[in-house]
Design a protein around this ligand. Sequence first.
Ligand SMILES: *[C@@H]1O[C@H](CO)[C@@H](O)[C@H](O)[C@H]1NC(C)=O
Ligand SMILES: *[C@@H]1O[C@H](CO)[C@@H](O)[C@H](O)[C@H]1NC(C)=O
Ligand SMILES: *[C@@H]1O[C@H](CO)[C@@H](O)[C@H](O)[C@H]1NC(C)=O
Ligand SMILES: *[C@@H]1O[C@H](CO)[C@@H](O)[C@H](O)[C@H]1NC(C)=O
Ligand SMILES: *[C@@H]1O[C@H](CO)[C@@H](O)[C@H](O)[C@H]1NC(C)=O
Ligand SMILES: *[C@@H]1O[C@H](CO)[C@@H](O)[C@H](O)[C@H]1NC(C)=O
Ligand SMILES: *[C@@H]1O[C@H](CO)[C@@H](O)[C@H](O)[C@H]1NC(C)=O
Ligand SMILES: *[C@@H]1O[C@H](CO)[C@@H](O)[C@H](O)[C@H]1NC(C)=O
Ligand SMILES: *[C@@H]1O[C@H](CO)[C@@H](O)[C@H](O)[C@H]1NC(C)=O
Length: 873
Amino acid sequence: MVGIFVVTLLFFLPPKFPCLSQDDSSHGLSYSGGKIMTQPATVSLLWFGPQWRESDKAIIRNAINSLTSSSYSSVQKYEVPTLGNWWDIVRQYRDKSNSPVTDILSVGPECSYTGFYQNMTREWVIEIGRAVFDGAAVDRSNGSLSCTHAFEASENGIYLALFSDDVIFVDGNDQDELTVPCSGHLLVNISAEEVITIAWTRAPRTEDDQCSLLLKGSSYRGPPNGNEKVDSLVGYVLAKIADQVTNADGRGWISSDGNGNTNTIGCLCASQNEGKMHPPFYIDAERNVSFNAVGLNGQRYLLQYLWDQNIRNCALKPTEACRVDTVILKQFKGYLSTGIAVNHSDGLQPYMPNQKCLWEIWWPNAKFISFNVEYFAVALDSNDSLRVCPPHSSKMQCKEFNSQNANSFKNFQLMGPKASIQFISGDYVSFDSRGWELSYTAGLCTGKEDVYNSPGIIGYGLVGTSSYVQGINCRWVLHGKPGTRVSFNFTHINVSRDLDFIAIFSDSTHQIANFSGFYPVADLPHINLIGEVIIAFTTQTEGGEGWSAEYYISSPAEPGKRSLVLVIVIILVALALSLSVAIVALFLHKRKQKHANEDLLLNANRFIREENWIGEGPSAVVYKAVLMERCLLAIKVFKNLACYSELGEEILLKTSSHPYIISLMECTRYRFQNRFMVFEFMSRGCLSYNLRERGETIDWEKRLMIAMQISSAIQMLHMYMNPPVCHGNITSDNILLDEFCNAKLSGFSSAKYFDGSDDEELVVMTEDVRSFGLLMLELLRGEPLENRNLRSCEVINELVDGQDGLDGRLGIPPENSKMRALAKFGEIAKWCINTSSDVEGDENNPNIGDILSGLQQVKKLFHTVSSSEADKS
Ligand SMILES: *[C@@H]1O[C@H](CO)[C@@H](O)[C@H](O)[C@H]1NC(C)=O
Ligand SMILES: *[C@@H]1O[C@H](CO)[C@@H](O)[C@H](O)[C@H]1NC(C)=O
Ligand SMILES: *[C@@H]1O[C@H](CO)[C@@H](O)[C@H](O)[C@H]1NC(C)=O
Ligand SMILES: *[C@@H]1O[C@H](CO)[C@@H](O)[C@H](O)[C@H]1NC(C)=O
Ligand SMILES: *[C@@H]1O[C@H](CO)[C@@H](O)[C@H](O)[C@H]1NC(C)=O
Ligand SMILES: *[C@@H]1O[C@H](CO)[C@@H](O)[C@H](O)[C@H]1NC(C)=O
Ligand SMILES: *[C@@H]1O[C@H](CO)[C@@H](O)[C@H](O)[C@H]1NC(C)=O
Ligand SMILES: *[C@@H]1O[C@H](CO)[C@@H](O)[C@H](O)[C@H]1NC(C)=O
Ligand SMILES: *[C@@H]1O[C@H](CO)[C@@H](O)[C@H](O)[C@H]1NC(C)=O
């Protein structure tokens, strides 16, 4: 009988993890001068236990063969870490001559032990460990041990015993030492001179087994190869191999915590998955399973994180440092990130410390660039920050993300074709800081564009790319003189059929065509029209390339001399009004040839005179002006700069394309000390004035229409803006009417974004709805309410119910159905006013969408039912 010898056991006793956790050590890994495998290494496998299936073995063999990075053909390019990438981290570890560990690993001889396994002893394991090196011993084993051929003792040999989950040791100590840790090693003297290290790993027994910890976390969907035991084991097998090449003799790369516990590169990160932090996984969508790395033959694996010296953190793939120079991005849309992104929703491993990364986006035709923060994972105590800025801007104009405000906003836009992005990381990056990803899209139009130059090309998007985004609402106005020809030939149309449209209007209202889908060259429309032509492009999808058209305006109107009586309101904030006149005059002089709108603005000052006064509010005075024959202007001068809201202006810029929100034509924020805003003119002035002074001319039907138009505007703010916007001051003074009584919402100085987290802002949203209810009441009664704070139900009922509450000047509609419609209108108003501002949340609180659909029913009642009544009578 061959003697049984246990020379040393080099593993750590429980509790639980043999390795230290992240926080309780400085991880002082250092090289102790021993042997490191720098030559091609062979991994010999000893399958221990009868339960190994051939398919399980194949998974592990493939993983080991995948470590050789050169075995990946260059054609296969994975975005996710490969096992070869993972091995590149191991190759950071070098010996005293500065040679890295080998890049070539292969599976060597294999043996299977299938003898008894439920009364195992440590001695017997060592016995078998010795037997596999001795062909004669294998023959003598009566078939319980079989080998492809005997293991060979070699400098570059790695010997690995894999215990299946049903191996049981009879002795309690052996059981603790060999089945509680997930891996360890035994020293076996195979001859008088030679002692071999046999590393071992074990398959987890149950789901709660510490060796299946990697298979946890909210994003875990299942084992990549269908067997949790084997998929968990692979991670330990590979980590053990990393240990063996860097520290085969206990004097290689090793760290000590000073309490006699030592760590190797493979086990420093083993506890990373314990407890709070489960790094995300990739999802194999086809099979609905998780993985974090890919090997040869596309096989997917769950790997342990390794200690990466460059980032002083745990990693699956070497982290790339930022380029020294600015990365220029010349794409229409794309992604920017640090770290390794998982499915644009999370980051896999920490980024580099001490980085300053710079990008610049430049899309020459863009009017704006919109950004979306896909995720931003920076540990709470970190100072790392991401800043997105307009070019040549001050810090004030930038959007900054850091650990404090990471979730406060996700979408934003910067005007202009360029943006610069900077990310800075500090000395220490914790494992929680797993990077960020930002997506961007260049926007090619903002609202409305006036076209006077001819001939030319208009369009949106590019051939050959999916190059527009959803939510576009752009208009081009081709200004031909009245009665003259405007023609255009489409050169390309490919937009999502029946979802995205290119509509053509003549004389601003009359729609003549509406194109959608793909048009072959032969079918591309050629159109000849007269006068002013509007092309509107609206999208709900991202599914097309876009369109383009060549146009010709036979007799372009002069800018400013609009064929329509377009009247403009200018709002001007004057810091020092008298001074500004001089400044403006100077600009006027210098910029004579500039765009028409600018001329309008520059001339504005001469209209700020008493004879042009048209109104005054608490914060501003409005002046009217007649410019260039038929153009009217009105200039609003703020009495106090504090009344001007930059945020309000920004919001207005984004929403102004909505038909029932006042159109902001121009702003001159950066041009003067004073701030100008040019609006479309609303000839009837504000609703309150109209109701008070001219009540009789606004009949019930128009009032209903006004309510619907304004609720549609509020719906735009509350539901379609991202982040949503609260208007904050919905009153009849802030609703303007055009000559046909179309209503538009204005007065955005209290408007702000609603970030979804602040209860106070939720109250403001509810306040918008409440204010709208009061407005509806005002429409019914024809006079403004004295007490806007009314909350009492009785009072509201009194105001709403019965015919007494209705505007006396209009008379009661004769049709029963119209009366019912007005009663329902009153009910909706009540519903809004009774809205509880207690956020805890009356679920009955209506949102503006509910109100709008209620009003649509009122409208139906007002029209269809009354006609059937007419039939009856
Ligand atoms: C374990 O049990 C088997 C039979 O069940 C026996 O042949 C074998 O010798 C035992 N081994 C040890 C190490 O006790
Ligand atoms: C194999 O069987 C022979 C006799 O049949 C026995 O003497 C020997 O000990 C057995 N070897 C092992 C390793 O069990
Ligand atoms: C292994 O070492 C022990 C003493 O530690 C010795 O008795 C035994 O003969 C050695 N085995 C071989 C195969 O050299
Ligand atoms: C994927 O697996 C998860 C849990 O393992 C399950 O909740 C989910 O429904 C599955 N998804 C699909 C598409 O099968
Ligand atoms: C990416 O994440 C989203 C949301 O979590 C999920 O719906 C989608 O299926 C994921 N895609 C892939 C390829 O895993
Ligand atoms: C963040 O900055 C503060 C102040 O400069 C400093 O005290 C702290 O150590 C920094 N934190 C990190 C994680 O670098
Ligand atoms: C239209 O554009 C889409 C999106 O880019 C593209 O997939 C499709 O092939 C295009 N259709 C034709 C007929 O070119
Ligand atoms: C174009 O027509 C479709 C239905 O044919 C309609 O849904 C869409 O609103 C129209 N677009 C415009 C801008 O009128
Ligand atoms: C449109 O095409 C027609 C015929 O090919 C051509 O005569 C006309 O000049 C084109 N118009 C424009 C605006 O390019």
